[in-house]
Design a protein around this ligand. Structure first.
Ligand code: GLN
Length: 298
């Protein structure tokens, strides 16, 4: 269904140069609305403001602007991609997370607002301190870089099995003032042996293999499967992160892990068995427990 392109469903905008901004936004958003994209207006505004290199706020205030032929083509192309469910973050190649925009592409998960709650808690906990942090499955690097940018004495390592994801994380670190305090490595958690980290943080893949087909089209067609798939019970990677953290955390070190909607009971059990004491639970905006911060008691 994603690839079907009928003549009828093409977005038609005449090649006129001076566009009334309402008109082009109306055209784009109506097209997306007809394709059942819920956030049709917002998405159109994001696409257009990205194209013009101005903020959405500025875009809305402006009523006329010139679009070159090329820009109109680009606008149509982006709207058409969105109509085929491609997430807006991949189209504009960025996603706002914590205090800034992160570069993203289809090699990385798109940073989620609930993950900001985890970042916020960790930053509060380590304010003024100098923790050494390991981020397992760092993806775009959003978690680690956000923490390091706020805690200027912290250092960290982000690991990922995907080299392509790591190049995204590296790109995100280049413009950052924490550049010299961060390393991104193509390693597995098994490659670490020393008890040297003050905190292990991870937003691991935690969706049950069989549930992936029920996710929204945006997610299941576009986001990397390895970033989502947590095996048959969704807990494969979580189990591993808990188990391995024991060997690489300092005594009383922290494990901060994001979990799926209904995984709290099971993960809580795994933590108990693994000698972790729960310290903080973070609920998402729907009041589900989504992050657990626990202490490793040797
Ligand atoms: N750490 C990244 C994030 O939170 C990627 C997580 C993942 O790919 N599962 O967005």
């Amino acid at each position: 269904e994603r690839t079907i392109k009928t003549q009828r469903s093409r977005l038609k905008i005449k090649r006129i140069k001076l566009m009334n901004q309402n008109r082009i936004i109306k055209k784009g958003s109506q097209f997306l609305k007809n394709k059942n994209i819920g956030s049709y207006l917002l998405d159109t505004e994001i696409i257009l403001s990205d194209l013009l290199g101005i903020s959405r706020e500025k875009l809305i205030l402006r009523d006329k602007f010139e679009l070159s032929k090329k820009e109109i083509l680009k606008f149509k192309e982006s709207i058409t991609r969105r109509a085929k469910y491609e997430p807006i973050a991949y189209i504009v190649k960025k996603k706002e997370f914590w205090k800034r925009n992160f570069f993203v592409n289809r090699e990385t998960l798109i940073p989620r607002p609930e993950t900001e709650l985890l970042v916020e808690k960790i930053i509060k906990h380590f304010r003024g301190k100098s923790p050494y942090i390991l981020d397992i499955g760092t993806g775009s690097g959003c978690i680690l870089l956000s923490i390091l940018e706020d805690i200027n004495k912290a250092r960290g390592v982000g690991i990922d099995l995907s080299k392509k994801a790591l190049s995204v994380a590296k790109k995100n670190s280049i413009s950052s003032d924490c550049f010299h305090r961060v390393k991104f490595l193509n390693k597995s958690v098994d490659d670490f042996i020393n008890k040297k980290f003050d905190i292990v943080v991870s937003n691991p893949p935690y969706i049950c293999k069989n549930d992936i087909k029920n996710l929204d089209n945006d997610i299941k067609y576009f986001e990397p499967k390895v970033a989502l798939d947590g095996g048959n019970d969704g807990l494969d990677v979580i189990r591993k992160v808990i188990y391995k953290s024991k060997t690489i955390l300092k005594t009383n070190g922290l494990l901060a892990i994001e979990i799926g909607n209904k995984q709290y009971k099971q993960v809580s059990q795994l933590l108990k068995i693994g000698s972790f004491r729960e310290k903080d639970l973070i609920r998402d905006y729907q009041d589900n427990i989504r992050c657990i911060i626990s202490t490793f008691i040797n």
